[in-house]
Design a binder for this molecule. Sequence first.
Ligand code: FAD
Ligand code: NAP
Length: 530
Amino acid sequence: MTKPQFDVAIVGAGFAGIYLLYRCRQLGLTAHVWEAGGGVGGTWYWNRYPGARCDIESMQYSYQFDQDLQQEWDWSERYSPQPEILRYAEHVAERHNLLDGITFNRRVATACYDEQDSTWTLASEDGAELTARVCVMATGCLSKPNWPDINGLGSFQGEVHHTALWPHTGVDFTNKRVAVIGTGSSAIQSIPLIAQDAADLTVFQRTPNYSIPAHNAPMDPQYAADIKANYAEMRARAKQSVPGIYGRYNPDSAMAASAEERHAEFERRWQEGGLLFMGAYGDLMFDQAANDSLVAFVHDKIRGILNDPDVAEKLCPKNIIGGKRLCVDTNYYATYNRDHVHLVDLSETPISTVNATGVNVGDTQYDVDIIVIATGFDAMTGALTSIDIRGRGDASLGERWRDGPSSYLGLAMADFPNLFTVTGPGSPSVFTNMLPTIEQHVEWITDCIMHMNRGDYHAIEATKDAEEAWWNHVQEVGQLGLKQSTDSWYMGANVAGKARVFMPYYGGFPAYCQKCEEVVGNGYEGFVLS
Ligand code: FAD
Ligand code: NAP
């Protein structure tokens, strides 16, 4: 029997991989991380476009496992910018001496399970190998960029930059004519800042998105001090909320309130800004009339900001609010009032080609110097299926998931023993504040490995029945309410040819945590330990 080099092999050094390595070491497990990027931080290493920042307040979008760090670290803004979040990730890695456990610039190409000795062997694109008893994929939900299939994109003679692969040296938009393709969160954050520098900016919009003002500001020292004084309590209360975010959620029914009361509540939330806008009433995602009332409110806001009524109509989304991830912005809508900013509506005529000098829509050619691709990610599954993962009997995860993923708790899959995923499909992940979700997964996985060690088990595997039952539950819950009425990346609709399956768990963070605890309490119910 070959001896594993490590107890645990970890793929990815974002917030999940960093905490995994830390926790493994704390528990006396040997572990090593392979990371495709040149540094830690994951999302915050790659997405360096102008305006990139978190949309969950920094006092919450941060680790809680290190109490001292939580007290010592000072966030500069309500929603801190990407460079600061990246510095934070780097600081955590340095503070806990984790860097010697990470190999950077190493992309995993294959991961194969050896049934004889119950180990995983990873092979990288550059030919290196790593063997471990357990493999944890901390590869991220939003880490594989989605490139649009546009004819001639490769022939463009100017610069082309995907927001998720942004050059570390930055991009100089001064006096440049710029095209932005896409109007999701990445575009909505970057467009106002690109417009500040560019000579001319044309935004190519296929579907408008709802965006709520961030009202970002320098961190109020009193606010930060108050939270720090009660951090544990705030974190505990956040865990009791469906999205894992501490805040004011009104459980009442929207339509039970009068039109004036509803308007006042929406207005209060608009003035506060941020994602808690959707917390105005408990049934906004379940009652069509309630959702319609919020849609009407936001449409009025958009119309009130825009000088040109035609542009305003194009920016008003026609689908429900909350179907796609809500965006949080600074000056997004107002940017279209600037004379050098233009909106091209692709809803009826898509981009036909890109040629050497610009973008073609119908008979119109838009000559530009720089194209910004803000077309998002092959979310939830893309990073995993990009690796050739082979389990028991040479089972291929990519083939298994061809018609859509399935997983037990978003943590493990039948036929793939000793393989775990952090925030995999079937976990609440992208419907929550991801940092607490990541911490919960990492703790569950590492506790499980310790349980294996204590019992001298060499392998753990989800059963097909447990996986199927959980996945059916994920699908049932995904059909509740209005969410599934909108095509979104949550269901793979943004990637050509990708199976349409509701991927994240919509039942909320508390219900999910309870299920995970029950599984453990019942002796790792739904798993076979051998
Ligand atoms: P990631 O940060 O994605 O890290 C995964 C790492 O795995 C990457 O570094 C990648 O290079 C590496 N990797 C992948 N495949 C391989 C391979 N084959 N070999 C080697 N390495 C590999 N969530 C929130 O809750 N709040 C927010 O405000 C928020 N803002 C966001 C803003 C942006 C622009 C984006 C894109 C996402 C945002 N998210 C937000 C989601 C964000 O992805 C998570 O919050 C969190 O950072 C994910 O951490 P992670 O470690 O799980 O994954
Ligand atoms: P996204 O939400 O998927 O948006 C991609 C945009 O590109 C959509 O407007 C999409 O239009 C458009 N698009 C795709 N292919 C196109 C094509 N061929 N032609 C024209 N338009 C095309 O991606 P994202 O903005 O990168 O955000 C992804 C997720 O990352 C977010 O939902 C969020 O979870 C996270 N994120 C968070 C923040 C933050 O505020 N902290 C910032 C960025 C990202 P359709 O809608 O028609 O498909």
